[in-house]
Design a binder for this molecule. Structure first.
Ligand code: HEM
Length: 405
């Protein structure tokens, strides 16, 4: 048995970590964190190996609550029809394929390409509404509403329902990836029940009134063979996308603007050379990924990073640390938009669960930066602000970012 280093002080929901997660990263390839009862995996090669071996490393815990829920909270979820294993990202084969295949089929490159003019127009409209004579919060003005509008309209959610859906996504983040108090957890659980019910009702309504949207495309697949993709499964896919397609991209845009403005020469360079923007987005995904941690659980005893892990070991795949692995990315703490291998980032996962929306997320961030650099070449951060981050392990980006032009 190879001993596993233990880091008792490692607490990814603590204040110091939330402020700067990589400031004091332990050296060990794999260490145990008693604060969470998780094994933390820090090296690129080990994280990649985990992603590529779903038989040994199950995705079952990918969105389970990080800390055990009180029985009452669990009951609220179950009684409301919110099963603990509900969606694509936490299913293993073969169940995973039943949802992934139709979702990937409906999420065609044509649909993503067709979104480009709408994304650009939405970014322009949002930026036109900004009063640039004063300081403004870039998250509220652009990073947050842009992906929300794009994703919810892509899915076919009526605009009047967007605020509700957005609030439910917030409950979901706290419940599955945060450390809510028992009262907060109960509130979030009740919200999750409403969220699931809403999506079921949406599928039923869309079945009778189709639109040229993602829900409509999934319903067409259902029509071909109702057994292969049920309405309940369509609601589950919408549950996946409503969250995955929004919070991640909001945070990516926020991280991009923050990291570019914190060294003014970075911003000036992109203003002068906008062709570099897509590569800069990839470099941000390596340097400061909006999904910094993802999870797996072992299905058998296995040795990883020199450590013997038992069956049932819960793994905290530290994607942000893997992006700073010097074996893969020379001078990893240097931000370099011309780095030739930034695209090797594990920020979108790898293997069978590889992010369905990676092209869309990149496109939204690229177009947002193109519009922003063009309209606000002299943009800068407001001095002295403390940037707030939501206390959860998997979705990281500024909650507010004050800038001035
Ligand atoms: C822009 C930043 C984004 C980041 C950093 C990101 C990251 C990730 C990660 C880390 C995973 C898990 C991969 C794994 O387990 O191997 C994932 C899965 C997924 N993402 Fe994204 N994502 C982003 C945007 C999006 C968008 C825009 C959409 C939807 C349009 C989306 C939809 C999904 C779905 C449906 C899955 C589950 C795939 C499966 O289980 O087969 N993501 N993403």
């Amino acid at each position: 048995m190879t001993g596993c280093p233990v880091h008792a002080e490692f607490d990814p929901l603590g204040e110091a970590y939330l402020r700067d997660p990589l400031a004091e990263r332990p050296e060990a390839p794999v260490f145990y964190a008693p604060s969470l009862d998780y094994y933390v995996v820090t090296r690129y090669a080990d994280v990649e190996r985990v992603f590529l071996d779903p038989e040994t490393f199950s995705a079952a815990n990918a969105q389970l609550p990080l800390i055990a829920l009180a029985p009452e909270v669990g009951r609220t979820l179950l009684d409301g029809g919110h099963r603990p294993q509900p969606s694509m990202v936490s299913l293993d084969p073969p169940a995973h394929g039943r949802l992934r295949k139709p979702a990937a089929r409906a999420f065609t490159p044509r649909r993503v390409r067709e979104m480009e003019p709408r994304i650009r127009a939405t970014a322009a409209e949002l930026l036109d509404a900004v009063d640039a004579t004063r300081e403004f919060d870039l998250i509220e003005a652009l990073a947050f509403p842009l992906p929300m509008r794009i994703m919810f309209s892509f899915m076919g959610v009526p605009e009047a329902d967007w605020p509700r859906l957005k609030a439910w996504c917030g409950s979901r983040a706290s419940l599955a990836w945060g450390r809510p108090t028992p009262d907060e957890a109960l509130h979030h659980a009740q919200q999750m029940v409403l969220y699931r019910r809403y999506l079921r009702d949406l599928v039923a309504a869309k079945a009778d009134d189709r639109g040229d949207d993602f829900a409509g495309a999934l319903l067409e697949i259902h029509d071909e063979d109702p057994e292969a993709l049920t309405h309940e499964e369509i609601a589950s896919i919408l549950f996946s996308l409503s969250f995955a397609g929004h919070e991640t991209t909001n945070n990516l845009i926020g991280n991009c603007v923050r990291r570019l403005l914190e060294v003014p020469e970075r911003w000036a360079r992109l203003v002068a050379e906008p062709d570099l923007i897509p590569d800069a987005v990839d470099e941000i995904l390596r340097f400061d990924p909006s999904v910094p941690v993802w999870r797996r659980v072992t299905t058998r005893p296995v040795t990883l990073g020199g450590v013997d892990l038992p069956e049932g070991a819960k793994l905290f795949l530290w994607l942000a640390a893997a992006g700073r692995d010097a074996d893969i990315f020379p001078e990893p703490d240097t931000f370099d938009p011309e780095r030739d291998n930034a695209r090797r980032t594990l920020a979108f996962g790898r293997g069978i669960h590889f992010c369905i929306g990676s092209a869309l997320g990149r496109l939204e961030a690229t177009l947002a930066l193109e519009e922003l650099t063009r309209r606000h070449p002299a943009l800068r951060l407001v001095d002295g602000q403390e940037i707030p981050f939501h206390p959860n392990i998997s979705f990281r980006g500024p909650q507010a970012l004050w800038v001035r032009s």
